[in-house]
Design a protein around this ligand. Structure first.
Ligand code: AMP
Length: 552
């Protein structure tokens, strides 16, 4: 049984914060370091970024703050890391009214000094600026109880050793607990540990290297709003045998499975709201190949025995590098090869670098399949199916005989049949995917961020879900359309989005509220797209029924 945060001895207020942030269980470094730090020991931790080390050293120190003075000093090599650590400290500590200040070069002294004078509990600083402020008498370290050296090896590489030693000397040795984190352990680090730390506990978290080259790893750069269409193209081209797709949240996994089903992919989500029996049934079907796509969250995937798969797709990036390793380890088992595909949004490039560092491997960028590639694959598949059917033919068809008797040529009959079949397939037209390099940092990106936040709280925009509440209310700039299909036809929000978006070649994300009623459905479409949607949607069918799309 893995330990919980509570079992590690963290205070209720911190447990509440962690639950709110969504950390369900401690990472290995947190499990090992937190109890020692709470017991007052010095800790020497060997762990990389991506392991959850920041929370490992922050949580126990925050728990033991006892007055208003500066009690925690974290030294970090770069401005970026200082800011990032300060943000993490703020996130973990804001419920206890904690004040934290990042200090680094290049920023005005005045502002930093003013903030220091107002009083802060935690300072996260780069060594140079921190030492300057100590020398100028603005930073008093007398009450510092926790001195944390984060990414110590990087600080040494950058030539900060003398500054660091002077900063350490400015703290009270008797009163101080010293914590040092480093990805690598050089002689110099050992010397610092021996000189400045007291009987330190040494914790080492091995970075999980990939075993062999049997897992091909790639990433695709796509905008948040294009993810579903990108995934759909990837699935069409890869034609995976069995795929495990990871989504960030329980709600996200269920919605993604719905969207895939709406596109005729045999997908199923496995999530915590299902009974044990249902989960086993889903896994059983997946094992037998009856459903080829399983959508899961990290928590769910950890708890159940999912069989090996041909493809792992990170629809959402994992928060922890270690989760990435766990996820992709589901493929390429027992000597087989596997493929791990990650969808990355432009603002997640840094997070990918962290994962690459952790697995000591580059995860190259691949180009999304183009329209032409997908259409060529469809063509190929069509021909394969046709040939397959031709080979199965044993006796001639009575209708065909009638057509021949009527005097039609065989090749004309065949051509007409192929055209008929192809026109049915045209229903599944391809949605457009925008280029990530294009500069429309506009409403859509902001909207994407909003949606990310919504997802994290487990409440997406809830298309079609909050129907009652929003019924009759239309967002500004939207025109309400009505369709003659509804719940009684089995219509789901994903069907509506997919059909309208693909038929009209507009991004699904621009559609507004969808209200599915028993025999009809309302959908809000931005004014600028209404004409296109109505024209292209004349013959729209959903679940095989004519949708009869018109103005509401
Ligand atoms: P770090 O190694 O400290 O840079 O952390 C890497 C990422 O993991 C950060 O985005 C943290 O928010 C996240 N993280 C830390 N601890 C946990 C946890 N127990 N569960 C899930 N995510 C975590």
């Amino acid at each position: 049984m893995t330990q919980t945060f509570q079992e590690l001895g963290l205070a209720p207020v911190l447990l509440e914060t962690l639950e709110h942030i969504g950390y369900s269980e401690p990472t290995p470094i947190q499990r090992e370091a937190i109890p020692h730090l709470l017991a007052g020991r010095d800790v020497l931790g060997q762990a990389q970024t991506g392991t959850g080390k920041t929370a490992a050293f922050t949580l126990p120190t925050l728990q033991q703050l006892h007055n208003e003075s500066l009690q925690v000093l974290i030294l970090a090599p770069t401005r970026e890391l200082a800011i990032q650590n300060a943000e993490a400290v703020y996130r973990y500590g804001h419920k206890i009214g904690l004040r934290v200040l990042p200090i680094y070069g290049g920023q005005s002294y005045d502002r930093q000094i003013r903030r220091l004078n107002k009083g802060v509990h935690v300072v996260v600083g780069t060594p140079g600026r921190t030492l300057d402020l100590i020398r100028q008498g603005h930073l008093n370290l007398d009450d510092v109880k926790y001195l944390i050296l984060d990414e110590a090896d990087e600080m040494l590489k950058m030539g900060f050793i003398e500054d660091i030693e002077q900063i350490i000397d400015a703290t009270d040795e008797e009163n101080r607990q010293t914590i040092l984190f480093s990805a690598t352990f050089s002689k110099e680090i050992k010397r610092i540990a021996e000189q400045y730390m007291r009987d330190a506990v040494h914790i080492k978290i091995e970075s999980e290297q990939m075993t062999g080259d049997n897992i091909e790893q790639v990433h695709y750069l796509v905008k948040q709003r294009d993810k579903i269409n990108a995934l759909s193209r990837i699935l069409e081209v890869e034609q995976p045998l069995s795929t495990l797709i990871f989504a960030k949240t329980k709600v996200g996994s269920a919605e993604l499975a719905e969207q895939l089903i709406a596109q005729n992919y045999p997908a199923v989500a496995i999530h915590g709201d299902l009974s044990q029996q249902e989960r086993e049934r889903i896994l059983g079907r997946f094992r037998k190949g009856e459903s080829q796509i399983l959508v899961a969250t990290d928590v769910m995937a950890r708890g159940v025995d999912i069989p090996a798969v041909s493809h792992v797709i990170n629809y959402d990036l994992p928060q922890l590098a270690i989760e990435y390793v766990h996820r992709i380890g589901r493929t390429g088992r027992a000597g087989r090869t596997g493929k791990a595909i990650t969808l990355l949004t432009p603002n997640q490039r840094r997070a990918l670098k962290v994962i690459e560092g952790y697995v000591s491997n580059q995860i190259p960028r691949a180009q999304l399949p183009t329209r032409e590639q997908v259409l060529a694959i469809r063509e190929q598949q069509f021909m394969n199916n046709l040939i397959d059917q031709i080979q199965k033919v044993e006796s001639s068809d009575a209708n065909l005989q009638t057509l021949v008797d009527m005097g039609y040529e065989m090749d004309h009959i065949a051509t007409a049949l192929i055209r008929m079949l192809r026109s049915q397939e045209a229903d599944e037209s391809l949605a457009t995917i925008s280029d990530v390099n294009s500069r429309d940092k506009s409403r859509n990106d902001r909207r994407d961020r909003g949606r990310d936040r919504g997802d994290r709280n487990g409440k997406g925009r809830g298309r079609g879900r909050g129907g009652k509440r929003n019924r009759g209310r239309r967002e500004e700039g939207m025109v309400r359309l009505i369709m003659a299909v509804g719940r009684s036809n089995g219509v789901k929000p994903g069907d509506v989005v997919y059909k309208i978006a693909s038929q009209s070649e507009i991004p699904g994300s621009v559609l507004g509220q969808i209200d599915i009623q028993n025999n009809k459905t309302f959908v809000d479409v931005p004014e600028e797209h209404v004409q296109k949607v109505l024209t292209n949607g004349k013959n729209l069918t959903i679940k095989g029924q004519p949708a009869k799309l018109k103005l509401a």
